[in-house]
Design a protein around this ligand. Structure first.
Ligand SMILES: C[S@@+](CC[C@H](N)C(=O)[O-])C[C@H]1O[C@@H](n2cnc3c(N)ncnc32)[C@H](O)[C@@H]1O
Length: 377
């Protein structure tokens, strides 16, 4: 957990991070993206040490966390794998780590958010608070909710760091429970949607979406309209499993919202991928990566038929493809689904789970950071 008591100490980290990022970019990226030990001289790093962002090691300083620069803000999250956390030939994952930032994911939804001036916004499954913090540039009030206390701790740290703690608040809770009485102009989320064998105790909270990946999405679709103010909107990134032609989420929406006056826009980001082929490639890249140790998604190895039973279940339920889309829901005169496909393929690869920043070159990291900024234009 990060230390939250001393707000001026947290705010004091901002100019130091900014100076490092602007004037010593390679060192910044080596420390906070590649987790390298660095001997930085001549800079006062005390606030970073005191708040727990970095620590002293034999050869200089080492980052405890990943710090992502985005649109003039700094967002602190976890390294999901650490070069210093290895056991039996694989990187150890922790169940309660705070989801980091991948170039094609959170920055995309954060910068494409359909937020309007003076909106009240709910960022569900907020993690580090990245989407909440970017929405705060236009919104008058933002609430972020997460079920993981460590995520709430990081999100609160990030609001103080970015001097947004007057406008952005965070609540611990499962889906809508902690905001049951409130209504929002925009509900936005990027949540736990990965389909895995149904053993929640063996997967990190940030990804576990149940055997079809739809646990969170199903509950969201059932409950969300009750939490909208009149004219309210919704938006989320959706990597649902489905058939070759449509994601299961679209079927659930059709069944649940057919009597609501909502226009559902589904933007397909890439063509659906056949899942069994994709799972094989993913297993190979996670378990025998070209760089570093194996990095399975589980926190404990699967045993017995946990894996094979899951594949059987998927097949029995007709899941053949994985989709990648963005939902934008607006009020309308009646229920209508509009499917769109961008002219330009933005996301050549669907699955970035194995693409930890640790193993990218500094020039590739800089290129991806530029891509993240370009989403806003
Ligand atoms: C993939 S991470 C994304 C975090 C953040 N939205 C982002 O884009 O960086 C999913 C988040 O969902 C949270 N989560 C999982 N189940 C939840 C639930 N039932 N209610 C609220 N948050 C949940 C996890 O703790 C995690 O922070």
């Amino acid at each position: 957990m990060l230390k939250l008591k001393d707000k001026s100490m947290i705010r004091g980290c901002f100019p130091i991070l900014e100076n490092l990022y602007r004037k010593h970019k390679d060192e910044y990226l080596a420390l906070f993206f590649q987790e390298k030990d660095l001997d930085i001289e001549g800079l006062n790093l005390n606030p970073l040490l005191k708040t727990g962002l970095i620590k002293k090691v034999n050869h200089g300083f080492r980052a405890n966390v990943f710090v992502f620069p985005l649109s003039g803000k700094f967002i602190v999250c976890d390294f999901l794998i650490s070069l210093h956390r290895v056991k039996n030939g694989y990187y150890l994952r922790r169940r309660n780590d705070v989801w980091p930032i991948f170039a094609y994911e959170s920055p995309y939804i954060a910068k494409k958010a359909i937020v309007r001036k003076d909106d009240s916004v709910l960022d569900l499954a907020t993690g580090s608070g990245v989407i909440a913090l970017l929405c705060a540039d236009k919104a008058s009030k933002v609430i972020g909710v997460d079920i993981n206390p460590k995520a709430i701790n990081f999100a609160r740290f990030n609001t103080v760091l970015n001097n947004l703690d007057d406008k952005v608040k965070f609540k611990l809770g499962n889906l809508f429970v902690s905001v049951a009485k409130e209504r929002f102009d925009l509900i936005i989320w990027n949540g736990p949607t990965i389909a895995t064998p149904d053993v929640p105790s063996k997967y990190p909270i940030y990804c576990f979406g149940g055997s079809d990946g739809l646990n969170f999405t199903k509950k969201f679709i059932e409950e969300a309209p009750k939490h909208l103010s009149s004219g309210g909107r919704m938006q989320w990134l959706d990597p649902s499993l489905g058939s070759e032609t449509e994601p299961k989420s679209l079927d659930l929406i059709r069944k649940c919202w057919r009597n609501e006056n909502l226009n559902v826009i589904y933007e397909q980001r890439i063509k659906p991928n056949p899942i069994y082929k994709l799972y094989k490639t993913l297993d190979r890249t996670l378990l025998s990566p070209s760089k570093g140790f194996a990095r399975p998604l589980w926190t404990e190895p699967l045993v017995g038929k946990e894996y094979s039973d899951w594949i059987t279940l998927l097949k029995e339920n007709g899941f053949s493809h994985i989709h990648a889309g963005m939902y934008k829901i607006f009020p309308g005169k009646r229920f209508k689904i509009i499917r769109t496909r961008p002219k330009k393929v933005l996301f050549p690869r669907m699955n970035y789970l194995p693409q930890d920043w640790h193993f990218l070159s500094l020039s590739r990291i800089k290129q991806l950071l530029k891509i993240c900024e370009s989403y806003g234009r």
